[in-house]
Design a protein around this ligand. Structure first.
Ligand SMILES: O=C(O)CCC(=O)C(=O)O
Length: 277
């Protein structure tokens, strides 16, 4: 546990740094028995698996990303998203076998996979949300893997979670289901319908959210090799990158489920700008 020297900000809002509103994510040892990991996931709404991957595998992918962008420019970004290297990274046996055991069934990886980067000094970042808002046309037995592609101490703006918010997300979604009931099917599943807020986010004011739900934002010093899994109802967000070493925050977020559960067909295509999901 360490003290943070500067306030954390997110989309121009400053987080409240008291122990009632800010805490640390609980790490889990990936070598714990699977039953124990499943139980922790149920209790917390997330699992932060420390050192899940070999560090050099993640760092090599980070190098490959930046070398490609440096040599071929922004178009390389979309090429990487569609590349075999990225697909292999997201389906490597370590990850696939873990999900097979965790789900107790055959895993399915959604084709729509995201790579995100945040440069130091940018003022915008991911607002508070839960994932099911964007994936309403399939099962809610969904598991997001957020993988930092490089060391990501708190100052670099990694993913943060609203403690015990799986229940809050479930309640919100139940309310949205009632409000959305009279909409057309297409609108009902949309994160952007008339009942939703901008971008499908719950809010960009994270300080206000922590106060409203009487909860704490949980932050973490992620290292290359870590992976967090979160439930589709767990509320999460990011803070801006204020890295004193001026590193870019790079991460990928990908989603798994059991192959026999209902699949949201909108996620069966590669991510594209403006795909409205
Ligand atoms: O990396 C981010 O900023 C957001 C990631 C996210 O929302 C997710 O993993 O579901």
């Amino acid at each position: 546990m360490r003290l943070l020297s500067n306030p954390l900000t997110s989309n121009s809002h400053t987080l409240v740094m008291t122990p009632e509103r800010l805490g640390w994510l609980e790490p889990s040892d990936p070598n714990l028995p699977m039953k124990q990991l499943q139980r922790r996931y149920q209790e917390q709404g997330y699992l932060w698996l420390k050192g899940f991957f070999k560090r050099n595998i993640v760092l090599n992918f980070r190098d490959h990303f930046f070398q490609s962008i440096q040599s071929r420019g922004p178009q390389a970004f979309f090429e990487i998203l569609r590349s075999q290297e990225y697909q292999d990274f997201c389906t490597m046996p370590r990850l696939w076998n873990f999900y097979q055991a965790f789900l107790r069934g055959q895993p399915y990886l959604h084709k729509r996979k995201l790579i995100r980067f945040n440069h130091p000094g940018e003022d915008h970042c991911t607002g508070g949300h839960y994932d099911l808002i964007y994936l309403r046309a399939g099962t809610d037995k969904l598991y997001t893997s957020w993988i930092p592609l490089g060391d990501t101490p708190v100052e670099m703006g990694g993913l943060i979670y609203l403690e015990h918010s799986d229940m809050v997300g479930r309640q919100m979604e139940a309310e949205f289901r009632v409000k959305n009931a009279n909409l057309s099917e297409e609108e009902r599943i949309s994160a952007y319908n008339q009942n939703m807020r901008a971008n499908g986010w719950v809010s960009t004011d994270l300080a206000d959210m922590a106060e409203r739900f009487k909860s704490r934002w949980l932050v973490a010093d992620y290292e290359a090799g870590d992976m967090v899994i979160h439930s589709p109802y767990m509320i999460h967000a990011a803070t801006v990158n204020n890295d004193p070493l001026q590193r870019t925050r790079l991460s990928t977020d990908i989603r798994f489920q059991c192959i026999q559960d209902e699949i949201d067909p909108r996620w069966s295509k590669n991510w594209e700008i403006g795909d409205y999901l």
